[in-house]
Design a protein around this ligand. Structure first.
Ligand SMILES: Cc1cc2nc3c(=O)[nH]c(=O)nc-3n(C[C@H](O)[C@H](O)[C@H](O)COP(=O)(O)OP(=O)(O)OC[C@H]3O[C@@H](n4cnc5c(N)ncnc54)[C@H](O)[C@@H]3O)c2cc1C
Length: 415
């Protein structure tokens, strides 16, 4: 065991690494630049609508084992809630059609043979074609593998892959789409149940993780930004936080769990993905009537997914770069009119907030995916974590958690 492991960054990747390491004892210190741990996965009080909301609606699927295991380790697995079966209500705003996709449990996808379970206007044969995604070349895009047109694509594959990859699937890396498919849809409904942090991301992940870590004697230093990482020969030798420095003793290790741009600035010559894609979220302060499902997908709309929380309806739009410069009021009006149509709520625009994250995730193209580095570095005591490292998954909570676990294992071995 390393004498001290310093974890830089208290996003999901850094926290997962800390939780895993804490099981093995030894000294662990987490250094977070901001006053708010959680990174891209956290809640905050929003003054515009007077309530605590998440920086973005986050969906976890029941097949995301690392995230669920993490939640279990910190005693918060009950905070992720969802239906007992993999049911996904959809509404097509253009045609007015509504349906619920019901993915059956088990490896045999019998739901695709059942007209009332699959997407209206599709045939069993359409679904069999999706198997092409299961074996793909490293440099292929989804557009190289699937036709990216037709009813099944427009009503299911397109929306699901867009949400999973956060990029127009046509240009998205087929290997990442393939990994998502293999770990979810190909395993049947039991791996596809949608899970939501009903009382917020910080309640589900961040606060329990901090409490757990405190109980394990892990020190978490907030507003402690790593400014410079110094090297000596084959190892990282000093952490410079501007106000103070830490000399790394033999056996000490560092897990760098910061976003791409911060990692590239700290580690000389590091290859990182450089392009990003945005995500836009809209939040409306309103009590949803009981018939509104916890989550529904919209087709032929700017709005892609609607989530119903207590006292609030929230919308997610992926790969939202085209919306970054749309005036906020205009966007709120457009989205609310769609939400009202989909939910049948006849109310004028409620108090609202629009949150646009320009650098929500790295751009999941084959070229950017190829730039993702592994957890090991050329320095024997420096390991990388983060959703942008080479996890084989798109930038997701699952990928971030796995990367933290992997870096923790390597740091244990580096002692
Ligand atoms: C709007 C939005 C919606 C999303 N929706 C989903 C979803 O539905 N499902 C899903 O699975 N994923 C979703 N994601 C992706 C998910 O949030 C990320 O994959 C995950 O949170 C990344 O965690 P991370 O620890 O790798 O990075 P981050 O969360 O970025 O954490 C990095 C941390 O490092 C800190 N830091 C930076 N520089 C330094 C420094 N020099 N010193 C110390 N600390 C530093 C940062 O402040 C930050 O706290 C979404 C993301 C966004 C933005």
């Amino acid at each position: 065991m390393a004498r001290t492991v310093h974890i830089i960054g208290a996003g999901l990747a850094g926290l997962a690494a800390a939780v895993k390491l804490a099981r093995n004892g030894g000294k662990i210190v987490v250094h977070e630049a901001t006053a708010y741990p959680g990174g891209r996965c956290r809640s905050y009080f929003d003054r515009a609508i007077g309530m605590t909301i998440d920086n973005g609606n986050h969906l976890v699927l029941s097949g995301n084992h690392a995230v669920r295991e993490f939640a279990k380790s910190i005693g918060s697995d009950n905070a992720l809630v969802g239906p007992a079966t993999a049911d996904f209500p959809f509404a097509d705003l253009k045609s007015g059609e509504r349906w619920t996709l019901r993915i059956s449990d088990g490896l045999l996808p019998w739901w695709i043979f059942n007209n009332s379970r699959r997407v209206p206007g599709t045939s069993t044969l359409d679904y069999l074609g999706v198997a092409r995604l299961l074996r793909v070349a490293d440099n292929a895009t989804v557009g190289d593998v699937l036709s990216c047109s037709g009813t099944l694509y427009e009503r299911l594959l397109g929306p699901v892959l867009l949400a999973a990859l956060n990029i127009d699937p046509k240009e998205g890396a087929a290997t990442l789409a393939s990994a998502v498919m293999r770990e979810t849809l190909a395993l049947g409904g039991s791996a596809c149940r949608p899970l939501i942090a009903r009382d917020g991301l910080s309640h589900a992940f961040i606060e329990p993780a901090l409490k757990h870590l405190k109980g394990q004697g892990v020190e978490v230093r907030l507003e402690h930004e790593l400014r410079t990482l110094r090297f000596d020969g084959g190892r990282a030798s000093q952490l410079d936080f501007g106000t103070d420095t830490v000399d790394l003793a033999p056996g000490d290790a560092v897990i760098l769990a910061v976003p791409t741009h911060a990692a590239a600035a700290l580690v000389p010559g590091l290859s990182v993905p450089q392009g990003y894609r945005a995500i836009a979220n809209a939040h409306f302060k309103i009590d949803a009537p009981p018939h509104v499902p916890p989550m529904q997908g919209l087709i032929n709309a700017t709005t892609e997914w609607i989530f119903a929380f207590e006292g609030r309806l929230s919308v997610t739009i992926s790969a939202a770069d085209r919306l970054m410069n749309v005036p906020r009021e205009e966007l709120a009006e457009t989205i609310w009119s769609e939400v009202a149509q989909a939910t049948g709520i006849a109310a004028p625009l409620p108090p609202w907030q629009i949150v646009r994250e320009r650098r929500a995730t790295f751009a999941a193209t084959p070229a950017e995916n190829a730039k993702r580095p592994g957890a090991r570095t050329q320095w024997e005591n420096l390991f990388l974590a983060g959703d942008w490292t080479a996890t084989g998954l798109p930038a997701t909570l699952e990928g971030a958690t796995r990367s933290g676990n992997r870096a923790a294992e390597l740091a244990m071995g580096a002692a």
